[in-house]
Write a protein that binds this ligand. Structure first.
Ligand code: RTP
Length: 142
């Protein structure tokens, strides 16, 4: 997910491009303003954290871009491309390391396990918004 600050700062193309260039296949893409119910459900594991209300406020503060990506090891690899939660500690070359400075506005979210990836795709996308496709012209591409 490209969070509201990423959208507001005009970083959508740059961020999508990093995942495409890595070689992952985009199977879902949409701009969406979420309700606080959806934000709370998405981050339910963090509901006891002191920053939870601010996090919900942040995620609902403007449209986000939802991405569903497919490919080998995509979850772990996307987490590496995204970088550490605190952008000041994220390595240069990562999305947060290159494009952010605040934990509270850290530009992107990535699922932390394949199971959560499935859960989050089901939460953010309707069934017909996910397009399973194969790049048939180039079978070596996934
Ligand atoms: P995400 O779920 O957004 O990909 O982030 P993450 O795994 O790197 O970090 P996580 O611990 O799951 O936290 C989720 C999001 O909550 C915000 N946060 N604020 N101390 C704070 O103020 C604080 N800590 C975390 C960040 O937006 C973080 O990405």
């Amino acid at each position: 997910m490209i969070k509201p600050d990423g959208v507001q700062r005009g970083l959508v193309g740059e961020i999508i491009s990093r995942f495409e260039k890595k070689g992952f296949t985009l199977i879902g893409l949409k701009l969406y303003t979420c309700s606080s119910e959806l934000a709370k459900e998405h981050y339910k594991d963090l509901s006891s954290k002191p920053f939870f209300p601010k996090l919900v406020e942040y995620i609902t503060s403007g449209p986000v871009v939802c991405l569903a990506l497919k490919g080998p090891g995509v979850v772990a690899s996307a987490r590496k491309l995204i970088g550490a939660t605190n952008p000041l500690q994220a390595e240069p070359g990562t999305i947060r390391g290159d494009l952010g400075i605040e934990t509270g506005r850290n530009v992107v979210h990535g699922s932390d396990s394949p199971e959560n990836g499935e859960r989050e795709i089901a939460l953010w996308f309707k069934e017909d918004e996910v397009c399973e496709w194969e790049p048939s012209m180039m079978p070596w591409l996934r």
